[in-house]
Design a protein around this ligand. Structure first.
Ligand code: C2O
Ligand code: CU
Ligand code: CU
Length: 423
């Protein structure tokens, strides 16, 4: 069999009306008519060529979140696709297998575009991962979580910074679904694609799930955890063994964090456990080996801040400045390893911090070692008010200008975004 040199995908963005809430039509923005977008499966080390056709009436830009790409394929905020035009993104996939996602990044429109549906998973597989024997095929299930605000007619309402009213939780575009599972192990690839909502998820029987991966790939070792913490943009790869439940068990996956009426935003989805079935999948004790941490030579500090609710202001800042597309905030010498100390200086508002181009390692949180679930490669990190994290990353791939920002994207649209230039 001839091997083609690259995998090709064609995607069209369009406005579509579909049934999300029972009996109602909702207009959404889609990739290939699907809400959320279709899951693209790519292979580490193999180029994926994705042709994006913009059939919408506004400019768009497609960012592959978590990937290491040259500027021209990063989907920059100013590098937009005009209505009726298309753009071909080339992804070399030179990174380990990971749960990545594509989403809109058109400047000042990304938060509404993502909210209305322009986002989808991009699952990068690799050989090392295949050899582990993790649950696969129909036992490997993507779960894209988000919230939304619907009005009485079923229309999705977008208002900036409107977390309280986004009380409908969608999983793969469905409100509060249930899933029939066999009594065996399943692997879940979870993404929080919400604009603002942080999920702290737990199973209703209080038992642990086994987290095996985060943003940038597998963890060094499986991390059993009673909760999965996912701020907007973060991913969790985890295994649940349903063979430990009696057939007929109904297990809720619940959100432990408001705000909002707990009966609405507290419920996420339900697993209905069926008969035991044969299962030769495994979760080995060693999943991957992370590259050694080179010695950092540059240290920087970043402070995230936002006008406090009720203050009348509606801007957000990194190191005291709101975003300016014509300003370079951080100049980085190619090849350096840096430590970034990031502090959430807000009094009441959580933020998170996302870098394009690089995956980082979280060295510490408030001076403490991080949880095992945060021990892998990360590109987005949650900071509750007052928290500080230390991140380490190496800039030894592409040069050029890339953004970093809060991924509670209503906040980045309010200015909590800045640019680094690797020279
Ligand atoms: Cu997922 Cu600049 O973002
Ligand atoms: Cu990104
Ligand atoms: Cu924020």
């Amino acid at each position: 069999r001839r091997t083609r040199s690259a995998d090709h995908y064609a995607v069209a963005m369009s406005r579509t009306s579909l049934e999300i809430l029972p009996g109602q039509r909702t207009e959404v923005l889609t990739y290939n008519g699907s809400f959320p977008g279709p899951t693209i499966r790519a292979r580490s080390g193999r180029t994926a060529v994705v042709r994006q056709m913009n059939l919408l009436d506004m400019p768009t830009s497609v960012h592959l979140h978590g990937a290491n790409n040259p500027v021209e394929s990063d989907g920059g905020m100013m590098d937009t696709i005009a209505p009726g035009r298309s753009k071909t993104y080339v992804y070399a996939n030179r990174q380990p297998g990971a749960t990545l996602w594509t989403h809109d990044h058109a400047h000042h429109m990304e938060s509404e575009h993502v909210y209305r549906g322009l986002s989808g998973l991009y699952l990068l597989g690799d050989e090392e991962e295949d050899a582990l024997g993790l649950p696969s095929g129909r036992y490997e299930v993507p779960l894209v979580l988000r919230d939304a605000h619907f009005d009485a007619s079923g229309a999705m309402v977008y208002t900036m910074d409107d977390a309280e009213n986004r009380t409908t939780i969608l999983v793969n575009g469905r409100p509060w679904p249930y899933m029939k599972v066999e009594g065996r192990k399943y692997r879940f690839r979870m993404l929080n694609s919400s604009n603002l909502r942080i999920f702290i998820l737990a199973l209703s029987d209080g038992s642990q799930v086994t987290q095996i991966g985060a943003d940038g790939g597998l963890l060094p070792a499986p991390a059993p955890t009673p909760v999965l913490v996912l701020s907007p943009g973060e991913r969790a790869d985890f295994v649940i063994d349903f063979s430990r439940y009696a057939p007929g068990t109904q297990l809720e996956l619940a959100n432990m964090l408001g705000p909002g009426p707990a009966d609405l935003v507290g419920r996420i989805m339900r697993f209905d456990v069926g008969e035991r079935t044969p299962d030769d999948s495994r979760v080995p004790d060693v999943l991957t080996t992370l590259p050694a941490l080179p010695k950092p030579t540059v240290e920087r500090t970043f402070e995230l801040q936002m006008d406090e609710p009720g203050s009348g202001g509606h801007q957000a800042y990194i190191n005291g400045r709101t975003f300016d597309a014509n300003r370079i905030d951080t100049e980085i010498k190619w090849g350096t390893t840096e430590v970034w100390t990031v502090t959430n200086a807000s009094v009441t508002v959580p933020h998170n911090f996302h870098t394009h181009l690089v995956q980082f390692r979280i060295l510490e949180r408030d001076g403490q070692p991080v949880y095992p679930a945060e021990a892998g490669l990360k590109d987005t990190v949650l900071l509750f008010p007052g928290q500080t994290v230390k991140l380490q990353m190496t800039f030894d791939t592409h040069r050029g200008v890339y953004p970093y920002h809060c991924h509670m994207i209503d906040h980045s649209a309010m200015g909590m975004m800045a640019q680094m230039k690797i020279v």
